[in-house]
Design a protein around this ligand. Structure first.
Ligand SMILES: [Zn+2]
Length: 73
């Protein structure tokens, strides 16, 4: 019984660590056109951005993909 509880605690701790690690390791996306960092919390402008990621640059308004590259129109 004690072993199961310890396992649960370790599992929960590892889950929290993994989530924190992912949040910390996520780099801000920079606009390839003007270099402005995009906000970590993005507001999708359309269904495509919501589905695939991507940004509308807060600085210059360029359409960016999830990595910050300017999309060809
Ligand atoms: Zn920009």
């Amino acid at each position: 019984m004690e072993g199961a509880l310890t396992g649960m605690i370790i599992g929960a701790a590892l889950t929290v660590l993994a989530v924190v690690w992912i949040m910390l390791s996520r780099k801000p996306v920079k606009c390839a056109a003007c270099g402005r960092e995009q906000p970590a919390v993005r507001t999708p402008r359309n269904a495509q951005q919501a589905m695939w990621g991507g940004y509308t640059c807060a600085g210059c308004g360029a359409e960016l993909d999830a990595k910050g590259q300017v999309k060809a129109k």
